[in-house]
Design a protein around this ligand. Structure first.
Ligand SMILES: Nc1ncnc2c1ncn2[C@@H]1O[C@H](COP(=O)(O)OP(=O)(O)O)[C@@H](O)[C@H]1O
Ligand SMILES: [Mg+2]
Length: 312
């Protein structure tokens, strides 16, 4: 069996401030302070769906959540304007698992930032649940809108380093004004869904990359956002951890969570319901159903070809 990632149980390096804020009498602390079951590093996450325990009736599937229309983005880099997005239009509907794929530098992250309200488009509109998020709204409005409606996962998680896994996951709920006990309880439940509850009392940096990303997903969905947005979430992971993360996203999508994911790795197209091909600032193809199956079979064929070459 591979060596466990964490050899010691709870470390003593938690700053005073945190332990004051998190008294041992706290019920959630009492639950999670039970001895840790050591989980070997890189262990495969059992491939069992989370569906039966948590699935709610799926309502309003197919309702439009996000619409981008004619989005153009140019950056002024002093000497010249660089045109990064050249007129992007698409919609994401409730229940979708949209994977936006394209090579590095084609404008994927820029487009995501615009959808998230982080960067105004030079031209065009972004509509979220029927409301134009840039028209007559301040940055503050958009920050509020993100807190309530969007969960984000990046290639690298930005942890509050002084906080435990559990506290990091609870953080977005506390930002929304929920009390600490409720937030910590919900965080524990969410970690359980991710099969990460045994790590609740560790510091995020003590976890493997794959485990950190599972915790990032917990942090992203704890507020039950309308949409989970992931920018290259598997970018720092090895193949197996990447697949396990995709299984997790797939399960969440089956539970009704709308997902938008950006990747340069064609491998992940097969997890999507809608695959959008981005090239040089434009969406060149949108693939669903049979079209997507045809695209996937082409990609598989290419891979098979390559493996033949490699054997030579
Ligand atoms: N703030 C910025 N200022 C100038 N150029 C930028 C800025 N942000 C992104 N770009 C440029 O836009 C292009 C697309 O970047 P990005 O959206 O990050 O691509 P991707 O995520 O597909 O790799 C790149 O050439 C990048 O250098
Ligand atoms: Mg990017």
């Amino acid at each position: 069996m591979p060596a466990p990632i964490v050899r010691k149980t709870r470390q003593k390096k938690t700053p005073e401030k945190v332990s004051e804020e998190m008294p041992a009498a706290d019920p959630v602390q009492a639950v999670v302070a039970t001895p840790q079951k050591e989980v070997p590093q890189g262990a495969a996450v059992p491939r069992e769906s989370m569906l039966p325990k948590t699935m709610q009736p799926l309502e309003n599937i197919g309702e439009e959540i996000i619409r981008a229309e004619g989005v153009i983005k140019a950056f002024d880099i002093g000497t010249q304007m660089v045109l990064v997005l050249k007129g992007v239009s698409f919609t994401v509907t409730r229940g979708d698992f949209a994977v936006l794929f394209g090579s590095s530098g084609c404008g994927k992250s820029t487009l995501l930032h615009i959808l998230l309200g982080l960067e105004p488009p030079t031209k065009g509109t972004v509509t979220f649940l029927g409301e134009n998020i840039y028209d007559g709204r301040t940055e503050d409005d958009r920050a509020q809108f993100r807190k309530h409606h969007i969960g984000m996962v990046y290639q690298q998680s930005n942890w509050v380093k002084s906080l435990s896994v559990l506290e990091n996951v609870a953080f977005p709920l506390m930002l929304l004004g929920h009390d600490k006990t409720t937030s910590l309880e919900k965080a524990y439940e969410t970690l359980k869904l991710m099969k990460m509850e045994n790590w609740a009392n560790y510091h995020p940096m003590e976890l493997s990359g794959g485990q950190q990303q599972r915790v990032s997903v917990a942090r992203a969905i704890i507020t039950d956002p309308e949409v989970l947005v992931a920018d290259e979430p598997t970018g720092n992971l090895d193949y197996e951890a990447g697949q396990n993360l995709m299984y997790l996203l797939n399960d969440l999508n089956n539970m009704g969570k709308t997902i938008i994911m950006v990747t340069h790795d064609l491998e992940y197209i097969r997890y999507s319901k809608t695959a959008l091909n981005m090239r040089d600032g434009r969406i060149e193809g949108v693939y669903r159903g049979d079209d997507k199956a045809a695209l996937e079979s082409k990609l598989t064929y290419k891979k098979a070809d390559l493996s033949v070459l490699e054997k030579k």
